[in-house]
Design a protein around this ligand. Structure first.
Ligand code: NAD
Length: 318
């Protein structure tokens, strides 16, 4: 199969820390062009990866052609219009989370890629983290989960929410998406949302019922003492306790416990691999080559941001 020709719009922090190295590592992808408004970032990144085609206007890059897929890696505010242009140029699209600032934008992007027959993917990296995948498989093999819990706390005391948008839709969405990955689609939501010493929503607790019949619990406090992320999955006679990307335990009785680490499963302790960033790029490129739909496509991501809004506002916006 022909290699996938990848271009980037954005040569910022997140793109350089995980996405450029992952595309460069993927033997089925060729990095062919880069665009950034910032000429210093453009030069540094293009020099590092030996990319000749360099642009400060992405319209020119798209017009020059010979590109299959575009990574649009930047803050969520300008995403919708850029992604629409990329899809209208017939290119497959990969974006970071959040998939837009609100679900109306996710919906518009989903419609743009579908209208143009393009593949799409949102970088929900946890789904590709080996400890999460392995623990989920163990519970699925035991008949599937009946209950799951997702915790995602950070100390943001005195800070503002990222990009001044909902911290639930922008960041906590990672673990909300995991609850959907574990349990299915939400059918009922009961939530408690609070503003602790702040004028923005920063504490979220929710009890969610899924179409599988399973129950999900979300606990996310953004005035906690430290950053802490943890999942629990409970099935009939099997429980998994996951500290991604580092380790997980799977219990099948009070005595029987299997332990594994991300480093063992991935063959490296590099966070880019153990946390699923490399795996998500492999999945995206593989789906393009095989003409399959990425699991975190825009239509699926719409359900995750809608669930965030349901938890926060008591009903989905779209
Ligand atoms: N998955 C995760 O765990 C994780 C962690 C951190 C950040 N993120 C996400 O990554 C995204 C990017 O964040 P970042 O901190 O890397 O941003 P950044 O500001 O460092 O980089 C964005 C880059 O895009 C460029 N840019 C903006 N508009 C452009 C345009 N029209 N044409 C060309 N270039 C343009 C900017 O010049 C900049 O270099 C955010 O959505 C953030 O939520 C995800």
């Amino acid at each position: 199969m022909a290699n996938v020709k990848v271009a980037f719009i954005g040569a910022g922090r997140m793109a350089n820390s995980v996405h450029y190295p992952s595309v460069a590592q993927c033997s089925d992808a060729d990095l062919v062009a880069i665009c950034d408004l910032d000429e210093r970032r453009l030069k540094e990144t293009a020099d590092e990866y030996g990319v000749e085609r360099r642009y400060t206007d992405y319209h020119e890059m798209l017009a020059d052609g010979d590109i299959d897929a575009v990574y649009v890696i930047m803050p969520p505010m300008p995403l919708q219009s850029i992604v629409t242009d990329v899809a209208d140029a017939g290119k497959h699209v990969f974006i970071e989370k959040p998939p837009g600032t609100v679900s109306e934008e996710t919906l518009a992007m989903a419609e743009a890629v579908e209208r143009n027959g393009c593949k799409s993917m949102v970088a929900f990296n946890r789904r590709f983290s080996p400890v999460i995948q392995q623990a989920k498989k163990r519970v699925d093999d035991g008949g599937g989960p009946v209950q799951a819990m997702a915790e995602f706390h950070k100390n943001m005391v005195g800070e503002r929410p990222y990009f001044e948008i909902s911290i639930l839709s922008c960041d906590i969405i990672h673990v909300v998406d995991c609850l959907r990955f574990f349990l299915g689609d939400a059918t009922q939501v009961q939530s408690n949302v609070q503003q602790v010493d702040a004028d923005w929503d920063n504490m979220f607790n929710a009890l969610i019922t899924f179409d599988s019949g399973a129950v999900g619990l979300l606990s996310a406090c953004r005035v906690s003492g430290n950053r802490h992320e943890q999942f629990e999955l409970h099935g009939r006679g099997v429980s998994a306790y996951i500290r991604a990307p580092h380790e997980a335990e799977v219990w099948t009785s009070d005595k029987d416990c299997e332990q594994f680490t991300g480093a063992e499963l991935a063959g490296t302790d590099e966070n880019r691999v153990t946390y699923g960033f490399y795996g998500e790029t492999c999945h995206f490129i593989d789906c393009i080559q095989r003409d399959e739909t990425p699991i975190t496509n825009f239509r699926d991501a719409l359900k995750s941001i809608q669930l965030c809004e349901w938890i926060q506002y008591g009903k989905p916006r779209t």
